[in-house]
Design a protein around this ligand. Structure first.
Ligand code: NAP
Length: 276
């Protein structure tokens, strides 16, 4: 079994992004909008800030509390859309339920949509001509490329159908000529599908949902899930799969660091689109 080392690969990508950023006339700027008080989001935003600093990019953070009116957040995003110095804009999810998340996301100018979550970006993935692939699926594709894991003709099983991870990775795997099965919480007899997967991508958020009895010999296992239990982080996949799989992404140190690196990469794509 070989570990798919997202930490190592993301460090390499960050070096490339830094070199590119240093070659630009202006410092690329990422604007992050947060709403509410989600504890995990605070950690993620801090990680994004550190990553921007490492790559000689700037991050602007606009933080709103839960009493803020939706119109005020939308107004700020419209200002950021117009601001020529801002290259990428993200709305850190989740935000409190009282807001219309889709409406706020769709205010982001698609040319600055570096999380790839506006309807326009998502539609482009469907058409196979994406500009911004959401960062986690993009990170998974980058892992496939780096470790030369070819998907053509292989059976990819995706568990989890979110707009953030499951649906875009399903489409991107189809674009790479895989045969894809999509599973979710209503799937009956999950094992029937996981046991047939050449490549299994798990994005659920349930500690050790998958173990070695549920996978095929030599399967490639991509574990996206993150569960925080008593201060410890667990993936969706039990590490016992390592005795049976050919490749596994560890948690932590697999898909997570790749997600941040892809946000930087998407911001560079945005910079280039806006400055060509
Ligand atoms: P989400 O929107 O909550 O989606 C979870 C999906 O899992 C849903 O489609 C749900 O099915 C499905 N599901 C729930 N229980 C299931 C079960 N017992 N069997 C099969 N499917 C089940 O989550 P998300 O945003 O995609 O994130 C998924 C996980 O990845 C979370 O742990 C999140 O923290 C993590 N994550 C990690 C990164 C990273 O960088 N590593 C990035 C993003 C997300 P239904 O649709 O039927 O409800």
């Amino acid at each position: 079994m070989e570990k798919l080392d997202g930490k190592l690969l993301s460090a390499k990508i960050k070096d490339e992004v830094k070199a590119l950023s240093d070659s630009y006339k202006q410092t690329p700027i990422l604007a992050v909008v947060t709403v509410g008080d989600d504890e995990a989001s605070k950690v993620y935003v801090e990680n994004k800030r550190k990553a921007c600093e490492q790559c000689d990019m700037s991050m602007m953070h606009f933080s709103y509390d839960e009493s803020t009116r939706e119109s005020e957040i939308i107004k700020k995003i419209k200002e950021l859309n117009k601001d020529k110095s801002v290259n990428g804009i993200i709305l850190q999810l989740p935000i409190p339920k009282k807001y219309n998340t889709k409406k706020i996301l769709n205010t982001i100018d698609p040319k600055k949509d570096v999380d790839g979550l506006t309807d326009i970006s998502q539609g482009k993935i469907m058409g196979g001509n994406s500009t911004f692939v959401p960062c986690t699926p993009k990170g998974i594709l980058e892992i496939f490329d780096y470790y030369k894991i070819d998907l053509e003709g292989r059976h990819v099983v995706v568990i989890g159908r979110s707009d953030l991870v499951g649906k875009p990775i399903m489409l991107e795997c189809i674009n790479r000529n895989a045969t894809v099965t999509m599973c979710h919480s209503k799937t009956k007899n999950l094992e029937k599908y996981t046991k047939d997967a050449d490549v299994l991508i798990v994005a659920v958020g349930k500690k050790h949902l998958i173990d070695k009895t549920m996978i095929k010999d030599n399967a490639v296992i991509i574990d996206v899930g993150i569960s925080r239990i008593e201060g410890k982080i667990y993936g969706d996949v039990n590490p016992d799969v390592e005795s049976k799989a050919s490749y596994v992404t560890p948690v932590p140190g697999g898909v997570g660091p790749m997600t941040v690196a892809m946000l930087l990469k998407n911001t560079m794509i945005a910079y280039e689109l806006q400055n060509k």
